[in-house]
Design a protein around this ligand. Structure first.
Ligand code: SAH
Length: 286
């Protein structure tokens, strides 16, 4: 399937390139040509004249646009499903093999987000702007690093791929950040791997006592009526890891926001934490 989609895309890109080449060849040769006499001038067909008047794209370019959008939507959904159904370590190897998939993923992600009435990353940025600018922030699964670009704080942006010198490429289960070095850790739609609890354990290590843990996740992942996790159980597991639950915000249509702070004292080691499994967030074809 992937091979088929890639092949189709290659054919389309090649066809478009040929079209472009033909145009540019014509442009070059036109430079050396005398303007055609009235007699030689091409008479536009009725349909081209109509299109030119209305500035409408031709039927074929419409077709290619639609095809391109459909193919990149397909790529996005495949990469997205992969990230939700493998471990962070596997995801890191996947992107190491072909880092261009990361850009494809984020192009699709941006399109999806543009349909949401409010973007969780913007709610987090608003919250951060009300906190002390001296807070050190660690953005786990930063994507295009919008937080670092929007606030004055020192922000460590972490993701599987770094296309930006300010982004640290790593699996967020193992970051190069020091223990007790951050005041705020953020997971904005990034608890994707099947081993998501290891990311939270890493955030616990990185946070100073009293530091904040903010988690924004897609609402459907926490809807027990549709196979989602019970938010109560999720909060309980995080509390057992060593956090206090401060607030849960259900007011947004598409996502939930959890606010925790790291306990000043470590929990006494008890039984294993029961982490609820978080179902993948699979986006529909539009
Ligand atoms: N937080 C950003 C991007 C969300 S998309 C925003 O709100 O705009 C989720 C991001 O998490 C992706 O960029 C993906 O690569 C990253 N991610 C998923 N698993 C990861 C892991 N194990 N380690 C680091 N980044 C990870």
């Amino acid at each position: 399937m992937l091979v088929l989609i890639f092949n189709l895309e290659i054919i389309i890109v090649a066809m478009n390139n040929n079209k472009r080449k033909r145009h540019s060849r014509n442009d070059v040769s036109k430079k050396n040509q005398k303007p055609p006499s009235n007699k030689e001038q091409e008479i536009p067909s009725a349909s081209t004249a109509k299109r030119a008047k209305s500035n409408e794209p031709s039927k074929s370019s419409n077709f290619f646009e639609k095809m391109r959008a459909r193919l990149s939507g397909g790529h996005f959904r495949m990469i997205n499903e992969k990230l939700y159904t493998c471990t962070g370590k596997e995801a890191l190897n996947y992107f190491r093999e072909d880092s261009s998939l990361f850009n494809l993923y984020h192009a699709g992600y941006r399109t999806q987000m543009s349909n949401w009435p409010e973007q969780p990353v913007n709610v987090i940025i608003k919250w951060l702007k009300k906190q002390s600018p001296s807070f050190v922030v660690a953005d786990f699964g930063c994507g295009e690093a919008f937080i670092a670009k929007s606030v004055k704080n020192t922000v460590f942006s972490l993701d599987l791929v770094s296309n930006d010198p300010d982004v640290i490429a790593c699996d967020m289960a193992n970051t190069p950040l020091g223990s007790s070095s951050a005041d705020v850790t953020v997971f904005c739609l990034s608890l994707m791997g099947t081993n998501y609890q290891t990311y939270l354990e890493e955030a616990y290590r990185v946070l100073k006592p009293g530091g904040w843990l903010l988690i924004a996740e897609v609402k459907s992942r926490f809807d027990p009526n549709t196979g989602g996790a019970d938010p109560e159980k999720f909060s309980k597991a995080i509390s057992e890891l060593g956090f206090n639950s401060v607030k849960r915000d259900f007011s947004n249509k598409m996502f939930i926001l959890f606010y925790f702070t790291k306990k000043e004292k470590k929990n006494a080691k008890k039984k294993e934490i029961e982490w609820p499994s978080l179902k993948p967030c699979l986006y529909k074809r539009r």
